[in-house]
Write a protein that binds this ligand. Structure first.
Ligand code: 13P
Ligand code: SF4
Length: 344
C-alpha cells in the first residue's frame, strides 16, 4: 500500500523546471487514492505497467512495474507473464510490445501518444527508398511504426545503434528516420575506423533538436567541473561538445558511476527527475525540455484504460506486418547479444 509519506519520500528531491514535477506531502496525498486503485486493479486483471523514464515521476514511482529505455522495456515486455501490458510511453513503444506479445492485450494510456520521429516516415516511403537504394541494408530506429519496421532489415535503439551498424555485414547502410542520430552514427563509425556509406532520412525529435552547443559553452563557463551527459538524438555539434552520449538508461548508469558532482543532462526532463529522485547527492544544472507526447500519460489515464479501454487505447496490428516487423526486432536482439558476448 502506497502512503503519502512513502510517495513523498521518493519524490521530495524532484525539482525540474516546471510545477508539473515538484512535489509536496499534500500533492502526494492527493495522488495516493488513484495510485492504490491502479495497483489493486493491476492484481485483479493480471496487468503489468511498463513506463518510459520520461513519463511523470508519480507513474514511475507509484505504479510502474518496469521503468527504462526502449531497449530495456522491449525486453521486459517480452519476458512478462501478465495478460495485459499497460505501456505508459508513446504508441510506437506499445506497438513494439504487441509485436513481441501478439496474444496479450496492450493498452496505451497517453492522450497524445505520438512521436515526431515515428511520425516522420511511412512504410510506403521506405518501400520507395528500397527501390532507390537496392544494395543498402535498411536500419530503422525503434522510434518507428510497425509498418516501417516491417520494411527494414534491423531495428536499433539509442543503446545499440553504433555496435549494430558496425556489425552489419554490408558497407552500405540506410538509417531512418532520425537525421541527427544518423549524422552522429556517421561520426562514430569514422571515429572507430569503420568505412560505411551511411545514408540518412530527414526526421528529427522535436525535443532533442532544440539543444544548442552554445548552452554547453555557457554552462561550462559557469560550472567548470560540470559533466555533460547527452542523448544521441541531439545534433552532432551538441554530441561533440558532450562528455558522455548514450540511451536514457545508459545516461542513468553513467551518472551513477561517475565521480563528478555536477551534471548537465541533455534530454527530456523525466530523466532529470529520475536522477534527482535516485541520486540525490548529485547536482543537476541547466534546464531540460519536456516531450508533450510522453507527458500526455497520467495516473487518471492509466486507471481509465485498466477499467474501460476505448478502441483507440488498444494496440492492434495486421498479422502480416507484425510478423515482418518482428524479424527486424529479433535481428536487433541477436546483434545486441552478440556484441555483449564479444565484450565478455
Ligand atoms: P531511449 O531508448 O534512450 O530511452 O530513447 C527513447 C526516446 O524516445 C528518446 O527520445
Ligand atoms: Fe519521440 Fe522525441 Fe518524444 Fe522521444 S522525446 S518520444 S523521440 S518526440
Amino acid at each position: 500500500m502506497v502512503t503519502a509519506e512513502s510517495l513523498f519520500e521518493k519524490l521530495r528531491d524532484v525539482k525540474v523546471n516546471s510545477n508539473l514535477c515538484t512535489y509536496s506531502l499534500e500533492k502526494c496525498a492527493a495522488m495516493v487514492p488513484l495510485i492504490n486503485a491502479i495497483n489493486e486493479i493491476k492484481k485483479t486483471r493480471n496487468a503489468v505497467i511498463l513506463a518510459h523514464s520520461y513519463v511523470a515521476p508519480e507513474i514511475v514511482y507509484g505504479v510502474a512495474d518496469f521503468t527504462g529505455d526502449s531497449y530495456g522495456l522491449s525486453k521486459d515486455a517480452m519476458g512478462t507473464q501478465a495478460d495485459t501490458i499497460v505501456f505508459a510511453a508513446v504508441r510506437f513503444m506499445g506497438e513494439t510490445a504487441k509485436i513481441l506479445n501478439p496474444t496479450k492485450e496492450v493498452l496505451i494510456p497517453g492522450t497524445d501518444p505520438a512521436c515526431s520521429l515515428a511520425d516522420a516516415v511511412t512504410g510506403d516511403q521506405v518501400r520507395e527508398l528500397r527501390r532507390r537504394f537496392p544494395d543498402h541494408a535498411f536500419v530503422c530506429y525503434i522510434n518507428t511504426t510497425a509498418d516501417v519496421k516491417a520494411e527494414c532489415d534491423v531495428c536499433v535503439t539509442s543503446s545499440n545503434v553504433n555496435d549494430i551498424v558496425e556489425a552489419i555485414p554490408n558497407d552500405k547502410i540506410y538509417f531512418l528516420p532520425d537525421r541527427l542520430m544518423g549524422l552522429n552514427l556517421r561520426d562514430e563509425m569514422a571515429r572507430r575506423g569503420v568505412k560505411k556509406d551511411i545514408q540518412v532520412f530527414d526526421g528529427t525529435c522535436y525535443v532533442h533538436e532544440q539543444y544548442d552547443p552554445e548552452v554547453i559553452r555557457h554552462i561550462r563557463l559557469k560550472f567548470p567541473k560540470v559533466e555533460v551527459v547527452t542523448h544521441p538524438e541531439c545534433g552532432p555539434e551538441v554530441v561533440k561538445a558532450s562528455d558522455f552520449v548514450g540511451s536514457t538508461s545508459q545516461m542513468l548508469a553513467h551518472v551513477a558511476k561517475s565521480k563528478s558532482e555536477t551534471f548537465l543532462i541533455l534530454t527530456e526532463c523525466g530523466l532529470v527527475s529520475r536522477l534527482q529522485a535516485e541520486q540525490p547527492g548529485k547536482n543537476f544544472v541547466g534546464s531540460c525540455t519536456m516531450c508533450r507526447y510522453m507527458k500526455s500519460n497520467s495516473l487518471e489515464g492509466i486507471l481509465r484504460v485498466l477499467i474501460k479501454p476505448r478502441p483507440e487505447d488498444k494496440v492492434t496490428l495486421d498479422e502480416g506486418i507484425r510478423v515482418r516487423a518482428l524479424k527486424s526486432i529479433e535481428a536487433m536482439f541477436r546483434y545486441t547479444e552478440a556484441a555483449v558476448a564479444r565484450r565478455g
